[in-house]
Design a protein around this ligand. Sequence first.
Ligand SMILES: [Zn+2]
Length: 257
Amino acid sequence: MKLKILNNKNSELKLELADTTPAFANSLRRTIITKTNTLAIDTIDLHINTSAIYNEILAHRIGMIPLKFKDILKKTDECTCEGKGCINCEVKLVLKKSGPCTVYSKDFKSTDKNVKPTSDKIIIAKLLEDQEISLEATAKLGTWPEHAKWQSSNIGYQYYPDIKTSKDCDMCNICAKACPKSLIDTTKKIKLKDNYECDLCGKCVDVCPKKALTLTKDRTRIIFTIKSVSGLEPKDIVTGALKTLKADLSELSKQIK
Ligand SMILES: [Zn+2]
């Protein structure tokens, strides 16, 4: 199997897996979805909330804030504290603001210097004169199936695309005009300018009056796109999932033997 990084910027990683199978690509995708731990606020001790926002809405909004963290944290149910909660599996964050002001994610004071919101600018509430929010939040590791707040990334994959023309093609250029990303080169023969950018939408095939165009999908070359929506870098999400997948498979193999 060969791996090629096509793009890695703005929390998005695009890579190509070659000499592989759709089954392997789907295993990797499912491992990322179900087994990547991310950090999110799980419980709140609310001392004062005289803002216009209900406690439940405030708690939900705070829970959905993605947090950056170091991977030395353990999951509470796998920690030596046996689920009671300790500094190895929990991080406390304190929020205390009085109006008039706008409360942002940057206003959280974390007890761990490695833990903070991924953005300073997430609005939590707007406070008027004499309104106040005071709370202590507890962040824990979790996975996407437990709650959407622990979602690590948006992830998808597609097969490597290409186009072919039959002898009926008269170079009418209708396909090039129809391509929403203007990816079809018609200078000498019909071909894709950048195969990696094609979304396989099939518009070029649909509009061809001679039905001379075919869109092919190479199932041994798979283009993965991972957009992080958590405190993890997309590269760390993939390497973490590969380690988990390897460990799961060796455990299965051991049990079969
Ligand atoms: Zn613990």
